[in-house]
Design a binder for this molecule. Structure first.
Ligand code: HEM
Ligand SMILES: [Cu+2]
Length: 492
């Protein structure tokens, strides 16, 4: 097993340096965003007091900064690292990737300005017409700046995914084959097989392009409304377009993470993935389903016809198949191949467990009967933080160890400290999300700046766990930093 990649070709180095820049930026955003989340949670205990209005502003910034600024951004950056290694081919045009970085950064800045200076507090989904009917809590210019910021993030998402598809094409790989459709035939005609780790990146790139375009149109319409030229968009139509995008945007995080897991599995075991054909078929199914299940977010809007709701339940169960296939591949690869423990391996193992918990709670959300009980409760907050922290961020920390080692050419600076960071983080997240799960099951409402009556104990219990989460992040980032700088020291 070779933990540090020996591939130092110029195009690999170029993509690696680029990904390193995105990683550093993403980690900085993560540190700020999690501090805001911590402040929000602490406020719910009643020990801190600031106005409800300020709480909603910080919640809005926290959600957007953590999800988009950390999650989407970091997964896009690490995708460049992964796909150039998987294909052993150069990026199609690194200038497009660099332009996307800056467009994204300006977008994130605008989101910060809209909230911190403009008091925008419409939540990260800013459901229409809430931004415009806000009871005078913020001015229209804040709407404009916020919506423009989100639009820029959307443009960056489009550019990055275009760049990914073009890179795949430049390497001579067919996009259709790389969506998993290759596996419909038992043996490919020309004998070439698409590397399995590439598939989730391509499935996501196509899905995001399809979902982002209508959402961008909605944003432009809202932008015009914020200038006062037009009014009165149909609220239900706006909501449906929002969730058309809002569901697959989660895959901008989850699918690359699946690709990272496959890539790590191949690198750690030094062999190709097992279950290739069935895995590819599962991803081909995702291509078909991913862009239509957003309506499972509007089960409670009874104006949608019943057959739509029922279809959403069935199709959402269907989208668990690529996740299940990935977890089977994971277990199979770990137990049938030579699997050695290292920091990336440990993080991946824990992330896979987190993925299972997040997935199972997702099935609960998708089941109409249960959705009636948990809609808008803290159960939802628990579910998506399980996905975002216990799975996605944990997997990302693992792949980041690979990147940092490749970049510096050195092993992890202090493996013992790295492990302490990992466990502090992971156990912290488990405790923190379970406090939320309990509150949700007992009917605790989400998006409230005070705890639901009789639930303050759970809120308090979560605080030491969240403190562990923050400490875990700091230790992990410190170890990355030392691993990178130690090599710079020895080079000099
Ligand atoms: C230390 C880590 C974190 C803490 C303490 C934290 C805390 C919180 C709190 C207290 C809320 C408000 C929940 C409510 O009562 O309704 C919240 C919402 C949210 N969080 Fe986190 N969070 C953390 C990490 C993350 C990460 C890593 C992500 C995404 C990658 C994330 C995404 C979100 C989103 C999207 C919302 C919803 C905001 C909204 O409804 O507008 N959080 N978080
Ligand atoms: Cu969804």
């Amino acid at each position: 097993m070779e933990l540090i990649s020996k591939n130092n070709k110029p195009h690999i180095k170029e993509a690696r340096d680029l990904a390193m820049g995105w990683l550093m930026t993403g980690l900085t955003i993560l540190i700020i965003a999690t501090l805001l989340g911590y402040l929000n949670r602490l406020t719910q205990t009643g020990v801190l007091f600031y106005s409800a209005k300020a709480w909603y502003t910080l919640m809005t910034l926290h959600g957007m900064a953590a999800f988009v600024g950390w999650g989407v951004f970091i997964c896009m950056g690490l995708s460049f690292y992964a796909i150039t290694n998987i294909l052993d081919a150069p990026l199609h045009n690194i200038k497009i990737a660099k332009a996307a970085y800056w467009i994204f950064m300006v977008g994130v800045m605008l989101l910060a300005v809209a909230t911190l200076f403009g008091n925008f507090a419409g939540s990260w989904v800013f459901l229409y017409p809430l931004p415009f009917e806000n009871g005078g809590a913020w001015d229209n210019w804040a709407n404009f700046v916020w919506i423009f910021g989100v639009l820029l993030a959307g443009v960056a998402i489009l550019l990055v995914n275009y760049e990914i598809l073009m890179t795949v094409r430049l390497a001579g790989v067919s996009i259709i084959a790389a969506l998993g459709f290759e596996a419909f035939k038992e043996k490919p005609k020309d004998g070439y097989k698409v590397p399995t780790p590439l598939i989730p990146f391509v499935v996501n790139a196509v899905g995001m392009i399809i979902a982002t375009i209508p959402f961008a149109v909605l944003l432009v319409v809202l932008l015009v409304e914020s200038t006062g030229v037009t009014t009165g968009l149909d609220a239900l139509a706006a909501k449906n377009v929002l969730w058309w995008f809002g569901h697959p945007v989660v895959y901008a995080l989850l699918f690359p993470v699946a690709g990272f897991m496959y890539y790590m599995l191949e690198r750690i075991t030094g062999t190709e993935l097992i279950g290739e054909r069935i895995t590819k078929l599962a991803w081909a199914l995702a291509v078909i389903i991913q862009n239509v299940i957003g309506s499972h977010h509007v089960y409670q809007d009874l104006v949608n016809p019943l057959w739509v709701h029922v279809m959403m339940q069935i199709l959402t169960y269907g989208i668990t198949i690529p996740s299940l296939a990935s977890l089977f591949v994971f277990v199979g690869q770990v137990y049938t191949k030579k699997f050695e423990w290292s920091m990336p391996a440990r993080f991946m193992f824990l992330a896979a467990l987190g993925w299972m918990l997040a997935g199972m709670t997702g099935v609960i959300n998708a089941t109409i009967l249960f959705n009636g009980f948990i809609h808008n409760t803290l159960f939802i907050v628990a579910h998506f933080h399980t996905m975002a922290l216990l799975n996605i961020s944990t997997m990302v920390f693992g792949i980041a160890y690979f990147l940092v080692m490749d970049y510096s050419g050195m092993p992890v600076w202090n493996e013992k400290l790295a492990k302490i960071g990992m466990w502090t983080w992971y156990l912290g997240v488990i405790g923190a999300v379970h406090a939320w799960f309990m509150q949700g099951i007992l009917g605790g409402v989400r998006r409230s700046y005070v705890s639901t009556p009789n639930q303050n104990l759970f809120t308090w219990i979560s605080i030491p766990f969240f403190t562990m989460v923050l400490i875990g992040i700091y230790i992990t980032v410190y170890v990355y930093w030392k691993t990178v700088t130690q090599s710079i020291d020895t080079r000099e």
